[in-house]
Write a protein that binds this ligand. Structure first.
Ligand code: AMP
Length: 278
């Protein structure tokens, strides 16, 4: 049985009533759940204790003109999946005001948001960090599971978690993909057959970079050459190879690195990444 709570008050009461020796595993999401989200919920379940899921399309992480209003939502479907995954509690706030009694307080992680999506989406990670910080304060989890699909988000949340002494442990989970390689994303729902086929250029480009890297190429300009053409008619936002830990763009790969990409297909912006381990 999944308990659904819609207010911060009800979430706090549920959490306060749990015996101190019972564990809580937390999976924050924006809903429209797919196998990527479910892999996090299953791992949370595997770790034992109570699984808490949040479903909240967080307005503060969307910029002007982005897709906040049309972001896909399917609460009934999500709750059915949550039940199947053994979720104990789903927090589905009635309205953003539940989590934002005011909009005066913000959590900002500096440096790590200077590149990649941080540069293309100003303010995005401030919104993400603020909401994740609020959720961790409320849920008080022993473990929080996040996907590597949002690689920069994971790195930034880890930094915030460490710097603010937030509760529990942060665990990163591998990217779940469709059989043809496209990373699962709620935003894939926006794609029609044509743009869905075009979007395969993303995993193909990452495969190409990984293959050249495996063959010994270490020069980033060479590894990334021809990316725009490879993505066309999609539009490349960025393809960068960054240091795995600091997210600093590299010119040459000498330690653990990530190739990270964002591209538009029509109005749909998709992201993906691949680890490059020398
Ligand atoms: P979202 O609902 O898009 O905010 O995602 C919620 C969580 O699910 C985040 O930690 C994401 O990184 C993770 N996630 C989304 N897509 C995938 C995927 N394809 N594989 C693994 N995790 C994912």
């Amino acid at each position: 049985m999944t308990v659904v709570v819609r207010t911060v008050e009800a979430l706090r009461s549920w959490r306060a009533a749990l015996p101190a020796d019972e564990r809580v595993a937390f999976v924050p999401t924006m809903g429209f759940l797919h196998e990527g989200h479910l892999s996090l919920l299953r791992e949370a379940r595997r770790r034992g204790g109570h699984v808490v899921l949040s479903i909240f399309v967080n307005p503060t992480q969307f910029g002007p003109g982005e897709d906040y209003d049309r972001y896909p939502r399917d609460e009934d479907g999500d709750l059915a999946k949550a039940r199947d995954c053994g979720v104990a509690l789903a927090f589905c706030p009635l309205a953003p005001e539940q989590l934002y009694p005011s909009r005066d307080t913000w959590v900002n992680v500096e440096q790590l948001d200077r590149h990649l999506c941080g540069r293309s989406r100003p303010g995005h990670f401030r919104g993400v960090c603020t909401v994740v910080c609020k959720l961790l304060a409320l849920v008080q989890p022993h473990v929080t599971l996040l996907g590597e699909k949002d690689f920069q988000q994971l790195a930034i949340v880890r930094r915030m978690h460490e710097d603010l002494f937030l509760p529990g442990e942060i665990v990163g989970m591998p990217i779940v993909r469709e059989a043809d390689g496209l990373a699962l994303s709620s935003r894939n729902a926006y794609l029609d057959a044509t743009t869905r086929a075009q979007a395969l250029a993303i995993p193909r480009l990452l495969d190409r970079v990984a293959a050249a890297f495996a063959a010994g190429e270490r020069d980033v300009t060479t590894l990334c050459a021809g990316a725009e053409a490879a993505l066309a008619p999609g539009r490349l936002d960025y393809l960068e190879i960054v240091d795995e830990r600091t997210l600093t763009p590299l010119t040459r790969i000498e330690g653990p690195a990530r190739a990270a990409i964002a591209a538009f297909f029509g109005r749909v912006r998709l992201i993906d990444n691949r680890m490059l381990l020398p």
